[in-house]
Design a protein around this ligand. Structure first.
Ligand SMILES: [Ca+2]
Length: 125
């Protein structure tokens, strides 16, 4: 009886997709070194933008006011702003920060409209 149950579990596991969608989902959660990455959903899911250039950049329409998670893989502090062109409310992210949900302590869910990668180091205020 016990053995039959184990075989049943093994069969279920074998049916689960190997790689495929799961691998794709995992790679979309990645953020390349030197980049600031933002996602439209919590936990690095949904639509992603990868920002590498220094300076202020406006988020594309698909991400504007929709960003819910962030990874900062730039070696300096980076910023998100609630309005276009680096204006409005500011949130800062230290190098290496990973924020799975901007709605938590950041109180910035679906707010970001532009980002900034500064040249040189700036404090996270
Ligand atoms: Ca906004």
């Amino acid at each position: 009886m016990k053995k039959a149950a184990l075989i049943a579990i093994a069969a279920v596991v074998a049916v689960a997709p190997a790689g495929g969608d799961a691998a794709k989902a995992e790679s979309s959660k990645r953020c390349p070194a030197g980049a600031l990455c933002v996602w439209t959903k919590a936990n690095y899911e949904g639509k992603k933008a990868v920002v590498k250039a220094a300076g202020v950049e406006n988020l594309s329409n698909g991400l504007n006011n929709r960003v819910s998670s962030v990874k900062n893989r730039v070696d300096v502090t980076t910023y998100l702003y609630s309005k276009r062109n680096g204006e409005g409310e500011i949130r800062c992210f230290g190098s290496g920060d990973k924020i799975a949900n901007l709605g938590d302590s950041y109180n910035f869910d679906n707010e970001a409209s532009s980002s900034k990668i500064p040249q040189g180091t700036n404090p996270c205020f």
